[in-house]
Design a protein around this ligand. Structure first.
Ligand code: GDP
Length: 202
């Protein structure tokens, strides 16, 4: 499960505008600052690939990256940005939730959770929404290289990871698969790519 080539294909403003070649895809989503761009770049081993989605005007888009000419990594806008006014948040919600519910080639949502801090309410809400709507989900814990700090709640990443899983358990029939990662050490990189390969071959 290696990335041989990766290319940015398209930014789409709605599910209907996404590529329609039928290739399977995996969506990356998470709170702003969770480390999504870093992870995306670590997955494809390129420094600047995800920058496209950070350009002003592209942040509210569904961004498709084609991998090895055979599947897509999809970068979705980050949620929970403190500065977003109510209307922007509502718009974001409608747009991404529509994508999750309508996109037939979506194999699994990879929900990124920061393992260096305690669970955030918005992350729990997001995970529970995916569970209740039976959208296949994989939990990706980010920043697992960070050591515990008093100001971050004083817990080790492993403790935050375990607690988060306990909190969301009731929303899922079966516990979702989960992977611990770090874009600094590349921990979990191969595991994510292998997991994606396995999901594509179902
Ligand atoms: P995004 O907003 O979700 O795309 O997050 P970024 O990838 O831009 O990362 C947000 C911040 O977290 C940056 O300061 C990164 O350097 C830092 N960061 C991202 N991933 C990691 C990680 O695995 N470990 C550590 N220690 N810091 C990280």
């Amino acid at each position: 499960a290696q990335v041989i080539n990766a290319e940015f294909v398209k930014s789409s403003v709605a599910t209907e505008a996404c590529p329609n070649d039928g290739l399977p895809e995996f969506a990356l989503v998470g709170r702003s600052n969770v480390g999504k761009s870093s992870l995306l770049n670590s997955l494809v081993r390129r420094k600047k690939l995800a920058l496209t989605s950070k350009k002003p005007g592209k942040t509210q888009c569904i961004n498709h990256f084609r991998i090895n000419d055979s599947w897509y990594l999809v970068d979705l806008p980050g949620y929970g940005f403190a500065a977003a006014p109510g209307e922007v948040k509502k718009e974001w919600d409608k747009f991404t939730k529509d994508y999750f519910l309508q996109r037939s080639t979506l194999v699994s949502v990879f929900l990124l959770i920061d393992a260096s801090i305690p669970a955030k309410k918005i992350d729990l809400e997001y995970a529970s929404w995916l569970g209740q709507n039976k959208i296949p989900m994989t939990l990706v814990f980010t920043k697992c290289d960070k050591r515990k700090k008093k100001k971050n709640g004083g817990k080790r990443p492993e403790e935050n990871v375990q607690y988060f899983q306990e909190l969301i358990r009731e929303f899922f029939e079966a516990a979702p698969p989960w992977i611990m990662t770090s874009s600094v050490t590349n921990q979990g990189r191969d595991e994510i790519l292998l997991h994606m390969a396995q999901l594509r071959n179902y």
